[in-house]
Design a protein. Structure first.
Length: 319
């Protein structure tokens, strides 16, 4: 058996640790080094047999890696991608790869100029039930598809610290659904109408270097109706309050058949997500080693973020 793909993890917060749990059972990919700037977070990083460094440069100077997984706050993605690309390492970056389409385009340009493989971590593409649904739609088994609906409702809102760097509900959560919709249908997302409720008091607050205190609006739920380029419709439903636990599902309504996939069920916890994260990392290892990218490309990330930004602009409280 070939030796495991040596993956460096940058960022060991909540999502970084989720990736660690997902990769725990992989024989193809191993996290062999971790970089985390927060001293408090470093002290609580699970022992996975990998050294933990206080910075990216220290890790890259000390370790021989085959690729890097970036799981830092979204507003730092471009900065970290630029640093890693300059070292010539393949990159798997957590979604949405920046807060704006301009940042994502810049990240893509940086990786292309450096000639490094670049993939964005939209893990839904590796959920077996969703892959089966995509194949059924492509094969015409559902007939003419009139509606694809994608739902994501979290058990509770994230911390204020996380929200301050997330870009809000359409950027943080919505990009998953918009990418999923494009991938499932093979269609582009056109005009949109949206409504929202639960305006967050005071909005999101963050400190930007050189810009001081900034505030931006956010809401706790949003429903978006979109035109699809193939003639059907798309529905994206997002919410921060689902007391039973985190939930995500997709439905496709066709003239021959309707299919519903409850792929993230509160009763099963994070099992489906962890399995998909493992498959995603193993697929990235193939891509980084000269194979084909089967995950989300930079162009996919730009399209998802563009749709999320347009959806936000359609909500008066956010625009």
């Amino acid at each position: 058996m070939a030796p495991p793909f040596r993956l460096g993890l940058i960022g060991a917060g909540r999502m970084g640790r989720t990736h660690l749990r997902g990769l725990a059972g992989s024989e193809r990919v191993a996290v062999t080094a971790i970089a985390e700037v927060s001293e408090a977070t470093r002290r609580t990083v699970p022992d996975v047999g990998a050294p933990v460094y206080p910075g990216i440069a220290e890790m890259l100077d000390s370790e021989t890696l085959d690729g890097v997984l970036i799981v830092v706050p979204t507003d730092r993605h471009l900065q970290v991608i630029t640093e890693v690309a300059a070292r010539g390492l393949p990159i798997l970056c957590e979604k949405p790869c920046g807060l704006t389409t301009a940042q994502t385009k810049a990240a893509v340009a940086v990786t292309e100029a450096a000639g490094v493989p670049f993939q964005v971590a939209y893990w839904r593409r590796y959920v077996p039930a969703l892959r089966a649904l995509r194949d059924q739609i492509a094969a015409g088994e559902l007939g003419t598809v009139h509606l694809v609906a994608c739902y994501q409702w979290d058990g509770r809102p994230p911390s204020d610290e996380f929200r301050a760097h997330s870009g809000g509900i359409l950027i943080d959560m919505g990009v998953h659904e918009f990418d999923e919709m494009r991938w499932l249908t093979g269609q582009e997302i056109g005009s949109m109408a949206a409504i929202a409720s639960g305006v967050v008091p005071g909005g999101l607050v963050r400190h930007d270097s050189g810009e001081g205190l900034r505030r931006s609006a956010d809401v706790d739920s949003a429903q978006v109706l979109a035109e699809l380029s193939g003639g059907g419709s798309g529905l994206v439903s997002l919410g921060r309050f689902h007391p039973a636990g985190d939930m995500a599902r997709a439905e496709a309504f066709g003239t021959k058949r309707t299919v519903r996939c409850d792929f993230l069920d509160p009763a099963e916890g994070e099992r489906a997500q962890l399995a998909a994260l493992r498959l995603q990392a193993e697929s990235f290892a193939v891509f980084a080693s000269g194979g084909t990218c089967t995950g989300a490309t930079g162009a996919d990330a730009i399209a998802a973020l563009d749709a999320a930004a347009r959806a936000g602009a359609a909500i008066p409280a956010l625009s």
